[in-house]
Every structure is written in structure tokens, then in C-alpha cells.
Design a protein around this ligand. Structure first.
Ligand code: CTP
Length: 220
């Protein structure tokens, strides 16, 4: 069984040395890749600016921007049975990045115009084939997180959305631990505060359960 995992956060260039980025460390995606490989899957990890070592036995593709991540996933997705889209992909990028470094001299400020990026996950989901399981990840603030995640599941055409509450500083982005809910069309499962390795195991258990009808589990 082939599993495609994205991890980390994309960086969108402002000029030759600066970028618009986010706080994702890639820990959740790396933990998911490690757990899927441990269970016997053939795993490809598309890592956006991740400084952690890749798990053993995992094929690694490195990317920087949302566009590079889209290209890398576009090549791999057709072969994948499971997509775990844990990367924090930029929703907007500088509209006209400078080739060289923007100089301070003679400027009183710099305005940055941002343009939307393509939604990689929605694009992949639009071309999905039967038998594929697609999992999105959502960073939400406060209550109603599950309802918004279910709306995302439907809008993006996914099988599950893993939600975490980014209004709590101790979990999620750039943290060792996480506390999540896994939202599917049928139900919602809460996974209590745990290490990212334990959270990854819970997510993959859920994927295995969703795939019972497909005839292939992660070990095969
Ligand atoms: N995603 C993507 N391409 C983007 C943006 C997000 O593939 N340009 C994916 C992420 O990898 C994640 C899911 O979509 O799996 C998150 O959906 P999104 O609607 O971006 O969630 P939030 O970032 O929580 O969005 P919003 O701020 O709109 O609530």
C-alpha cells in the first residue's frame, strides 16, 4: 500500500532572501510518515522546509513553495492509496517576488501584495480515483472547530479532516504534543492530548478503519 504524506510549512519568496512562511515544524507529518512505514506501507514524504531527519525507510521529496508542493504531489498522487495532507500550505503568496534583495535605502516602507495560491488538496481530490483515502488537516480557532472541519471535508471532497485548535499555544504548531479531533462524514472522534507519535497512530488507525471495505490495509 502506498501512502503519500506532506509535512512542514511552505515558504513563499518576497525577494532573494526573504519569504512569507508559517510556524509548522513538520513534526506531525513526519510522525505520520514514520507510523505508516512502521506498519509496512510504502511511504513518500513531501517535506516543505522540514529540518527534522526523515524517518527510516521513507522516500523523501523536498519542496519550498506551495507551487513546488503541488508539482511534487501531482506526480505522486495517482500512485498513492492514502494521502495524509499535514503540510501547512500557504493560502497567499507575494504577487511579484523580487529577483534580488530589496534594499532599505531610500524607502519609508514596503507594501506586500499577496495573491491566492491554488488549493493543492482540493485539486488532488478533484482528480481522485476510487479506492483512495484522502485526509486533510485543519487549524481552527476555538469552538465550532468540528462543524467547520465537516464543512471543509465536504467542500474539498475528503474522507477525514484532522482538526486542532490553534488558539491553544501548548498544542499543535511547533509543539511536541497535540490534541485533535478526527472528523469524517459519519462521526467525530476526539483524541486526547498525546505525543505526536501517539496522535499519528490514532489517525492511521482511523484511516485503516475507513479502508476496511477497500481490501488493502497498510501492511499490504
Ligand atoms: N491546503 C492545500 N493547499 C492550500 C491550502 C491548504 O492543500 N493552498 C490543505 C492543507 O494541507 C490542509 C487543508 O488543506 O490539509 C487545510 O485546509 P484549509 O482550508 O486551508 O484550512 P485552514 O488552513 O485551516 O484554512 P482556513 O484558514 O481557510 O480555515
Amino acid at each position: 500500500l502506498r501512502v503519500l504524506v506532506t509535512a512542514g510549512g511552505t515558504r513563499e519568496p518576497i525577494d532573494s532572501v526573504r519569504y512569507v512562511g508559517n510556524r509548522s515544524s513538520g513534526r506531525m507529518g513526519v510522525a505520520l510518515a514514520a507510523e505508516a512505514a512502521r506498519r509496512g506501507a510504502e511511504v513518500t514524504l513531501v517535506a516543505a522546509n522540514v529540518s527534522l531527519p526523515p524517518p527510516e525507510g521513507v522516500r523523501l521529496g523536498k519542496v519550498e513553495t506551495a507551487a513546488e508542493l503541488a508539482d511534487a504531489c501531482g506526480e505522486e498522487f495517482a500512485r498513492a492509496d492514502v494521502l495524509l495532507m499535514a503540510a501547512a500550505v500557504a493560502d497567499f503568496r507575494p504577487a511579484s517576488p523580487q529577483q534580488d534583495k530589496i534594499k532599505k535605502a531610500g524607502r519609508t516602507g514596503v507594501s506586500l501584495e499577496l495573491e491566492p495560491t491554488d488549493d493543492v488538496l482540493s485539486g488532488l481530490a478533484a482528480g481522485r480515483r476510487p479506492g483512495q483515502t484522502l485526509v486533510g488537516f485543519a487549524a481552527e480557532h476555538g469552538p465550532d472547530a468540528a462543524a467547520r472541519a465537516r464543512e471543509k471535508l465536504e467542500r474539498k471532497g475528503l474522507d477525514a479532516v484532522v482538526v486542532n485548535d490553534v488558539s491553544r499555544p501548548e498544542i499543535g504548531f511547533d509543539a511536541e504534543v497535540n490534541e485533535i479531533s478526527i472528523v469524517t462524514a459519519a462521526d467525530e472522534e476526539e483524541v486526547a492530548l498525546a505525543s505526536k507519535a501517539e496522535i499519528a497512530a490514532a489517525v492511521i488507525d482511523r484511516v485503516e478503519a475507513l479502508r476496511v471495505g477497500e481490501g488493502t490495509t497498510l501492511g499490504r
